[in-house]
Write a protein that binds this ligand. Sequence first.
Ligand code: C2E
Ligand code: MG
Ligand code: MG
Length: 565
Amino acid sequence: MDIFENLFSSCGDAVVIADQQAAIVYANHQARTLLGGPLTLLTETGDYDNCKLWERRHKELVPHHESLLQVVLSSQALTNHEFLLQEASAAATSITVTSHAFHLPSLNFRGVLLLMSDLSHQDPAKHANSLASRDVLTGLINRTIFMDRLQHALAKTCQDDHRLVAILCVDVTRLKAVNDTFGYLAGDRLLVEIVTRLNHSLRQADSLSRLGGDEFTILLEDVSSEAEVIAIAETLHAQMAAPFVVDDYEINVSLNIGISLSYSPNIGADTLLRQADFAMIEAKKHFGEPYRIFVGDLDTATDTSLHLEMSLKRAIHQGELYLEYQPIFLVRTQEIIGVESLVRWQHPTRGSLTPGQFITIAEKTGLIIPLGWWVLEESCRQLKEWQDSIPTAHNLFISVNMSSQQFAQKDVLDRITTILQKTGLSPTFLKIEMTESVLINNSESIIEILEAIRALGIRLSVDDFGTGYSSLSYLHQFPVDTLKIDRSFLENADSDFEKLEILQSVVRLAWNLGLEVVAEGIETQKHLAQVQALRCESGQGFLFSRPLQRAAMEAILQSPTTSSS
Ligand code: C2E
Ligand code: MG
Ligand code: MG
């Protein structure tokens, strides 16, 4: 493209022109030096695959730079992005990229002009500073810079009663599952694409920052009303409506958004951020709510998260946890063959809490480990007591949920063996339930661990099967005995034929692999009929029985109609 050569060959900056598919059509000498050697130009080769900026040529660079370009390409206006290029063997260098989308009707060409300069060569202090202030993956500003901007914005609103500052805390769902299933590189690519879409909904003056993991914060300066902020939250949601494609799979991602606005004149940056974070956690709990706006007083509100963590620690030591038991039935005869133990927390002021209200905190803080071992011991102790005192419980098994954090412990096998010895329960009556993430996270060593557990005579179940992307063909590598099909399959099987078909093939394939199938969430006669038609051996659900407290469970076991296989 002579026109570009004429314009930019003697320009002092590194100049790259890319078309809308990110293929380089022109790079001047400085750009070739900066990006490391000869670049393949689309105009020279016509070969799309080989001329993507940051893709082939820079294999040694971390692969997500190709996606960084997408961030640049997505912003239509003149912008100033700082990106980090990190070669595998070398320290990161920081480059600023100014991009400008343009259209040349005479050449019928739409593209992006990228002006790049290497900060590390220009100003070492600025370079070091920019490394420290950016998130390497997405190029977004970090928490320090974000807080700085927030403080400035709040100071400005103090001078104008009509203006507000809003913070949005945004949590992205399913990123962990993508990391677990497809690996971190795929997760990284997804994240960068999410950032691209988020950027689409923001105005030039808004600041998007990544706090780490799957959490982002957005600063909206100079807003006039709550409605304006809600409209932005809604467009952020709308941006996620189309699925993302990861390794040929379509992944639907959604957002939990917490919003806080600077209504109080002297509110601090820290408080405003904590309020938005709190609202985000609330939005997460109320599944399906697109956003939550913080109202009220943080001191009483935070009771739910921080205090919950503190009191959960106490609860484990002070015996506030207890178990409920949900019967598992043989579908054909409706006879009880086992029970699943489900943990509950008798909170001193808030009453009985279900796992949904505290398991996430327990997982985040590692408290799931002592909690999980307590559950295993109590479950084994209880079943042994029933087996010794109630004739119909002789052959009953108990199914116990174990967290992936427990499996990651070095002494997991010793712990299980000790509990079995201490309670006197025979291992053949114990089933351990784990989610697909246990298999995926630790796949190297986990096979040995699972085999050793199985060698003790314990059976292994994969819980909530179908929610974590693992396929049956993949599953056969792992020594498991039972699949528990997630209740979402039954919930929608009525109307959703695709779900029903998946369910049918899961059951068929499980048979071929010699696995037993348990259907979860049998709530209605219709569900039961479906499960029977599928020839699932066993199931659990509200139709048979809700989870029961110990005494109620004992009453059922002692009733004359209960028989045991
Ligand atoms: P899960 O292991 O899949 O347990 C089944 C959950 O589905 C239970 O919820 C049960 O009450 C509920 N359920 C059973 N039948 C039906 C039905 O017909 N319809 C509907 N809508 N729900 C039904 P729960 O007790 O709230 O437990 C939720 C999750 O918390 C469990 O899911 C499990 O993943 C986790 N959990 C429970 N206890 C423990 C534990 O001791 N350790 C660990 N790590 N996780 C636990
Ligand atoms: Mg379970
Ligand atoms: Mg389940």
